[in-house]
Design a protein around this ligand. Structure first.
Ligand SMILES: Cc1cc2nc3c(=O)[nH]c(=O)nc-3n(C[C@H](O)[C@H](O)[C@H](O)COP(=O)(O)OP(=O)(O)OC[C@H]3O[C@@H](n4cnc5c(N)ncnc54)[C@H](O)[C@@H]3O)c2cc1C
Ligand SMILES: *[C@@H]1O[C@H](CO)[C@@H](O)[C@H](O)[C@H]1NC(C)=O
Ligand SMILES: *[C@@H]1O[C@H](CO)[C@@H](O)[C@H](O)[C@H]1NC(C)=O
Ligand SMILES: *[C@@H]1O[C@H](CO)[C@@H](O)[C@H](O)[C@H]1NC(C)=O
Ligand SMILES: *[C@@H]1O[C@H](CO)[C@@H](O)[C@H](O)[C@H]1NC(C)=O
Ligand SMILES: *[C@@H]1O[C@H](CO)[C@@H](O)[C@H](O)[C@H]1NC(C)=O
Ligand SMILES: *[C@@H]1O[C@H](CO)[C@@H](O)[C@H](O)[C@H]1NC(C)=O
Length: 525
């Protein structure tokens, strides 16, 4: 969510054409696996080098949120339309055990290699993009390769939505496998709480359903456990009602940063309305030290009632898209402002408590001030780094909604008893590969500072709305998978019991270790 920054760079430097260089040659092993898939299945494929200029090959290879993924050249792109196609491709791939595999839905995961491969087989779900609804309108069938803007646009004519992404061009597949966070979560729980069935292709090419009565271990594991269990070809989700919504974003001068942060602490501690949501992002462009604030607003209804956002809305702004419109149009518009296409990009997250009153407002300001002084001290001009600090309120109303929606529970270990949290994240984006290692270390420093500051400064302060529980557990919660960098121990953060059970489910459903061995992702090591 790097804000308006990339448009600045594009104007000056013509970024996208400059960085999408020619693909590198592919070793022969991958080509042999591709030839075997072509010979033995009906699945659509586009292969390097013969199809390298087809739009489907080049979109699959280059359309990534983090442009570093576009440096990699798959031997071929397999474009399944359904579970049988995926199964057929996997069956052939079992005969080529040394060839890497990557599964791609929306391509938004910033971690290089999670949904891209150099020399291996890229399974792009781009052609598995349908969205359908049951006759009684109570459930919808989502395909992983659609974006959230497409998915929600397909459901809107029925007056229904799925609990999904907040930015329109994120993919369905990856977001749901990380459990997800939605603007609708305070009403209906996290996206994964609303999944009733997963259609999955396992590593032995069999197609199974995982739900509350069938393959129940797998059903449990997929609610936050990630992508090491199988390839999901369809999600059955509960629909929720939707009409016109109010939202969009506003951009503010950084002179208002402290005021906005104090309002964010208050919004989280005194959560005004289950229909309300915000994402608060604070930007710095290192090349000119330009600083500003972008707040994304959402209200599930045509007009936010008085008290929801009044204090935010009374501040002077420099840009504004907020209005009453359809949910899918708002998400598509959010994608435009947040776009970093053409840039290299990393996202790193950490979960901290939202502290009450002055402790809380001091903390949100200290995190921001530490971030600003870290970036200003760098004085880095060469790679045009842009930094964003992100505050995502996690009021206890959200775990309360999860409990209502999903009595079986998800893996994240959230509890209403722990009170309110802030899901913090930071992003850095830059132009060229010579900035990669600094990008990694800087984003790691920024998030480490956020995580350690609260523990050092407020070791015995309880979160706002804290009721009971282990204070230490409250200070060591899991990092949200969808905001995590590849080295962050997301699955370990779910606690040892969950982690051990996940490992055994992984072995049960993938005894040959296909996914751990041949794909990237958050591993159960
Ligand atoms: C601008 C922006 C906004 C975001 N907003 C939100 C938000 O509002 N809420 C939220 O929860 N997250 C959000 N995210 C995070 C996002 O959910 C994750 O990056 C997610 O991994 C992206 O999913 P994808 O399908 O686009 O990614 P991909 O890169 O295609 O996939 C991500 C991972 O999932 C695996 N995978 C994908 N599809 C399948 C499948 N069908 N079967 C098995 N494995 C699969 C891939 O192999 C990869 O490891 C946002 C990210 C960005 C960059
Ligand atoms: C959706 O899938 C169909 C084939 O199933 C394909 O023709 C179409 O191009 C896909 N749409 C997108 C946006 O990729
Ligand atoms: C659960 O899986 C079984 C077995 O495949 C299937 O018959 C049933 O319809 C599934 N339930 C749901 C809610 O999809
Ligand atoms: C937290 O707030 C309490 C009560 O206002 C105050 O005594 C204490 O000093 C604060 N803690 C910190 C670290 O600021
Ligand atoms: C935000 O709250 C802090 C107290 O924690 C206060 O010092 C600061 O002045 C407030 N900021 C604004 C702009 O009111
Ligand atoms: C985690 O659980 C496993 C299995 O129950 C146990 O062997 C191991 O010692 C535990 N590890 C920690 C760090 O508690
Ligand atoms: C495929 O794997 C699953 C899970 O391990 C197993 O239950 C099933 O019997 C296997 N199918 C075949 C055809 O081997």
């Amino acid at each position: 969510m790097a804000g308006l920054l990339s448009s600045v760079l594009e104007g000056v430097l013509g970024v996208p054409s400059a960085i999408l260089g020619a693909p590198s040659p592919v070793p022969s092993g991958g080509m042999a696996a591709c030839a075997a898939i072509a010979a033995n299945t009906q699945v659509q494929m586009e292969s390097w080098p013969v199809n390298q200029y087809t739009s489907q090959y080049s979109t699959a290879r280059t359309h990534y949120w983090n442009a570093a993924n576009a440096d990699r050249t798959p031997a071929c792109v397999v474009l399944p339309q359904n579970a049988q196609d995926v199964s057929d491709a996997i069956r052939v791939l079992l005969g080529y055990p040394d060839i890497g595999v990557a599964v791609k839905s929306g391509g938004h995961n910033a971690n290089v290699g999670f949904s891209s491969t150099d020399g291996g087989v890229l399974i792009s779900m781009a052609n598995s993009n349908s969205t359908t609804i049951s006759p009684d309108l109570q459930t919808a069938y989502l395909s992983p390769g659609a974006t959230w803007a497409q998915t929600l646009a397909a459901l809107e004519p029925y007056g229904k939505a799925a609990v999904g992404g907040r930015i329109g061009d994120v993919g369905v597949g990856g977001l749901l496998l990380g459990c997800g966070l939605s603007f609708l979560s305070a009403l209906y729980g996290l996206p994964c709480d609303n999944i009733l069935n997963y259609e999955v292709v396992l590593s032995n090419a069999s197609i199974v359903n995982a739900n509350a009565t069938s393959n129940t271990d797998l059903f449990w594991a997929l609610k936050g456990g990630g992508d090491q269990f199988g390839i999901v070809t369809k999600f059955t989700v509960r629909t929720v009602p939707i009409g016109q919504v109010w939202g969009g974003y506003r951009t503010y001068s950084s002179n208002y940063a402290s005021q906005i942060l104090n309002l964010t602490q208050d919004f989280t501690a005194n959560f005004p309305d289950l229909g309300a949501g915000i994402i608060v992002t604070l930007e710095i462009v290192a090349s000119n030290l330009d600083q500003f604030v972008t707040v994304f607003f959402f209200y599930n209804g045509p007009n936010p009632p008085p008290g929801s956002f009044d204090k935010f809305l009374s501040l002077p702004f420099t840009a504004d898209t907020t209005k009453t419109w359809s949910y899918s149009s708002m998400l598509a518009s959010n994608a435009n402002v947040a776009s970093v296409y053409g840039l290299r990009y990393l996202l790193r997250g950490t979960t901290i408590p939202n502290l009450p009153s002055t402790n809380g407002t001091d903390l949100v300001n200290a995190n921001y001030n530490n971030f600003v002084s870290y970036v200003l001290k760098l004085g880095l001009l060469k790679s045009f780094y842009q930094f964003v600090l992100i505050y995502q309120p996690m009021p206890y109303a959200i775990p309360a909604a999860s409990e209502r929606a999903n009595p079986l529970g998800n893996l994240l270990g959230l509890s209403t008893n722990y009170g309110d949290q802030m899901w913090m994240a930071s992003t850095v984006s830059w132009l060229t590969s010579d900035g990669d290692s600094s990008g990694r270390s800087m984003i790691t420093d920024i998030i480490n500072d956020v995580a350690s500051y609260v523990r050092a400064g407020y070791p015995n302060v309880k979160a706002s709305n804290f009721q009971s529980g282990d204070l230490q557990a409250m200070f060591a919660p899991a990092t949200f998978m969808n905001d995590a960098m590849s080295d962050q121990p997301v699955l370990q953060g779910y606690g040892n019991a969950t982690y051990q059970r996940l490992k055994s489910v992984q072995k049960e459903y993938d005894p040959i270790g296909f996914f751990p061995g041949r794909t990237n992702g958050f591993k159960l090591t």
